[in-house]
Design a protein around this ligand. Structure first.
Ligand code: NAD
Length: 355
């Protein structure tokens, strides 16, 4: 495997591999950029079939974090960690302590948090050995804790902005939103959408997650294999990445795609297929920044009210991207990438989070 030649490598500053025999840790930390601040991004646990697959994923996710943090105006660069293994069996306090020592060895160049497969409780184990961790428990009124509800809030506001732009509708009352994945983010998103009067169609591979959304929000269940093709005004992908490809885009019925999942486009070029099909796509790393905004406020010290205020900036950023894309006849993902790269290359002074 030629890491430097991988398409995903894309100028990464640092990639380290960590191993601890006792806890059976096998982890990779990728730091894409520290131009705007310490590289921040969560720690994912996933049963990658090969190391190459894990390297490609951590590099792709780490670059996305650079773009996400830059676009959210945070004093953070981009990084990510992956632990290779099955989250149902590999997790122990010792594993997270070994991972924490690996994070600590970077002396603050990388700040970790939870991601797919990890929780606030896991991060508490990491925090025993390093201070370069966020997404921990919090006292009432303070920033921090589980980022998922904050991500959901940003996605909800982003959906409102996309609906206004594409459908000319000022509210969501009576519109149908298909939600793929009713987990940490999807569940909270369903709650916000339901309270705003939207009708929900929900799919998840875990039947209990669907049942909960149906019971609590009167959602209609949809088979997981059909959710991308259902009749809806908005499709909100909140499960997996790479779900938008040539085949799935051809079957889409919703004129708006706006959801939390990272790396929704299988390839950058799929943004063009969406545009050609008249689908407005909200770039994932712009709309799903609520969680990292919470992590940043927690890390630098702040209140929950400040987190919520910061998240209110997401719809305006999306609308700017939508308008530029329409004006320049380009895709929304191209415009977002260009704006993020400009911020990174200029090393623009980010908005300070602490007085
Ligand atoms: P989660 O693991 O809590 O929930 C994901 C849900 O998707 C689970 O209920 C799972 O069963 C379901 N799912 C898996 N495969 C599916 C399929 N094929 N069809 C339908 N459902 C399926 O994860 P989460 O924290 O809610 O995050 C969801 C997505 O948002 C992920 O892509 C994550 O990377 C991204 N994201 C999360 C946050 C956050 O704050 N948690 C922040 C930014 C981005």
């Amino acid at each position: 495997m030629e890491v430097f030649d991988m398409r995903e490598f894309d100028g990464h500053e640092l990639v380290i591999f960590g191993h601890d025999a006792q806890s059976r840790l096998r982890a990779i930390i990728a730091i894409h950029s520290t131009v705007l601040g310490p590289a921040a991004g969560g720690c994912r646990i996933w049963p990658y079939a090969t190391t190459t697959e894990a390297v490609a994923d951590v590099l792709r996710l780490s670059r996305s974090m650079s773009y996400k943090n830059a676009m959210a105006g945070l004093p953070f660069g981009g990084g990510k960690a992956v632990i290779i293994g099955d989250a149902r069996t590999v997790k122990t306090p010792e594993l997270f302590a070994a991972f924490g020592r690996m994070v600590d060895s970077l002396r603050g160049r990388y700040v970790t948090a939870e991601d797919v497969g990890t929780t606030t409780a896991d991060m508490a184990h990491v925090a025993r050995v390093t201070r370069y961790v966020s997404g921990l428990g919090r006292s009432p009124g303070e920033a921090g804790g589980d980022p998922a509800p904050k991500t959901a809030l940003g996605v909800f506001l982003g959906i409102q902005a996309a609906v206004k732009f594409r459908l000319g509708r000022a509210d969501l009352a009576g519109l149908t939103v298909a939600v793929q994945g009713a987990g940490g983010v999807g569940y909270h998103l369903c709650g916000l959408l339901s309270a705003a009067g939207a009708r929900l169609k929900v799919a998840d591979v875990q039947p209990r997650a669907v049942e909960r959304a149906c019971d609590e929000f009167k959602a209609a269940p949809v088979p997981a294999v059909q959710v991308l093709e259902v009749e809806a005004d908005v499709l909100a992908p909140c499960a997996l990445g790479a779900i938008l490809n040539t085949r799935s885009i051809a079957g889409l019925k919703a004129p708006v795609v706006a959801g939390a999942a990272n790396n929704q486009l299988a390839r950058d070029a799929d943004g063009e297929a969406l545009r050609a099909a008249g689908v407005l796509y909200a770039p994932d790393y712009v709309i799903n920044a609520g969680g990292i905004i919470s992590v940043a406020r927690e890390y630098y010290g702040g209140t929950e009210a400040q987190v919520i205020e910061d998240i209110q900036g997401i719809p305006a950023r999306l609308t700017e991207i939508f308008e530029r894309a329409r004006h320049e006849n380009r895709t929304t993902n191209e415009i977002a990438d260009q704006m993020a790269r400009e911020r990174l290359s200029h090393g623009r002074e980010p908005r300070r989070l602490v007085a």
